[in-house]
Design a binder for this molecule. Structure first.
Ligand code: COA
Length: 386
């Protein structure tokens, strides 16, 4: 599979009309996973990686056609003997757009992931050709029932230039990094309580409402876009986490976040654990990711109490990171309000402006230039990653 054009002399030009964007057969899909497991197999071996990718086709968000696999290949050869010149996948997600006139649109977006070219075919423009076709295709892909697709996204691990050149502009990609806790002794006076699976549906539903309200009440002439941090999205991350931790530790974490305060003035965070390499290596960059932070009362008078609530949540995250052998805790693109709280926590942290990895990138299909000067990506947090 994927090796029918062995000599580079026989390879078609990336601009050849004989190439097209299409979907792999199940066998071809497995062949792409086999090749790209070196890049994304993380802490899993090949067999477990293929098992995970197969499993993740049937979890919320991805199932029922939510995930689509794509390849660039020859249109003249049959599936059994065509080369896989480049491959990737897209995941359908619910999103909102607020127009400069204040109209709120409920729509879908597609997150592109696992962009890959077989090493033997690299540097010939195949991935670029695939992405150019895909960018156009996704504008209308699975659009229906009154829902349009006004943008597609991806998270680049190869810097800001490549995808920007193909139409996915780089958006703010910062995070706050906290170290894991250094000892297992519980901190006294922690006011946060753990969030487990049964807590999440209602909190996610409330969060969706808060994001809708935020866009509805926004002012200013920028287009605003937001992915919805709905329960399906959180489950996609958590099923992935549960699969990997089961393989690595023999069991999975039940604590999926933490919450502090009373209804109306709560602060909560939902999180997940990501493993990219061996558990005992710092260079693995195994990371405890905060998927989403919600602060219900952002008034000035609530700030002091919010500092205490957020501190308790971060301390719980740091304890979990230590327990699950993760190198650090990351909170992506905190709002200015959240950053103001973080400065007052009294917890060591580092601010990181990423240049290479997980660059949030967006292709805009509406009017305008689609750049950061015209578009604001609201709640650009880890939950949107795929
Ligand atoms: C990235 C990748 C898909 C590019 O495939 P390709 O078919 O060789 O790409 P194209 O021929 O269309 O474009 C080549 C350009 O890709 C860019 N590129 C490739 N790898 C890159 C990297 N690691 N960092 C930055 N840019 C890179 C370069 O700009 C290169 O231009 P050059 O020819 O001047 O060096 C391929 O290198 C790959 O599969 N890498 C491993 C997986 C990966 O990192 N995927 C991206 C995840 S976001």
């Amino acid at each position: 599979m994927g090796s029918t054009l062995p000599t580079s002399d026989l390879l078609p030009s990336a601009s050849s009309p004989s190439l097209h964007l299409t979907h792999p057969t199940p066998l071809e899909r497995t062949a792409t996973w086999t090749l790209n497991s070196r890049n994304w197999g993380g802490a899993l071996g090949l067999e477990s990686y293929i098992e995970r990718e197969t499993y993740l086709m049937n979890v919320p968000l991805a199932r029922d056609g939510g995930i689509t696999h794509w390849i660039l290949t020859s249109s003249s050869a049959p599936p059994s003997s065509r080369p896989i010149l480049a491959s990737c996948e897209s995941l359908r997600k619910p999103a909102l757009v607020r127009t400069p006139e204040g109209e709120i649109k409920e729509l879908i977006t597609h997150g592109i992931g696992s962009v890959f070219c077989d090493p033997q075919y690299r540097g010939r423009g195949y991935a670029s050709r695939m992405l150019k076709e895909l960018g156009k295709e996704l504008k209308t892909w699975q659009v229906g029932e009154g829902k349009e697709c006004l943008f597609s996204i991806l998270y680049s691990d190869i810097g800001k230039k490549y995808y920007a050149g193909l139409g996915w502009a780089a958006f703010p990609s910062t995070h706050i990094a906290f170290p894991p806790s250094s000892s297992s002794s519980p901190k006294t006076g922690n006011i946060a309580t753990p969030l487990t699976y049964p807590d999440l549906p209602s909190l996610c539903a409330l969060d969706e409402k808060y994001i809708r309200d935020e866009l509805a009440n926004a002012k200013g002439g920028k287009v605003q876009v937001a992915l919805l941090p709905n329960y399906d999205t959180m489950q996609w991350h958590h099923h992935r986490e549960d699969f990997v931790t089961k393989k690595l530790f023999g069991h999975s974490p039940t604590v999926k976040g933490a919450i502090a305060g009373s209804p109306g003035s709560r602060v909560w965070a939902i999180w997940t654990r990501n493993f990219y390499g061996p558990l005992d290596s710092q260079s693995s960059h195994n990371t405890f990711h905060i998927l989403r932070v919600v602060i219900e009362d952002k008034s000035a008078s609530a700030a002091a109490a919010n500092v205490g609530k957020l501190r308790s949540i971060i301390e719980r995250a740091q304890d979990e990171a230590r327990e699950w052998k993760l190198g650090h805790v990351e909170m992506w693109n905190p709002t200015p309000y959240a950053k103001g709280l973080i400065e007052k926590l009294g917890i060591e942290y580092k601010e990181v402006d990423r240049e290479e990895e997980s660059i949030a990138s967006l292709m805009w299909y509406g009017a305008g230039n689609g750049g950061t000067d015209e578009i604001e990506w609201v709640a650009n947090e880890k939950f949107g990653w795929c």
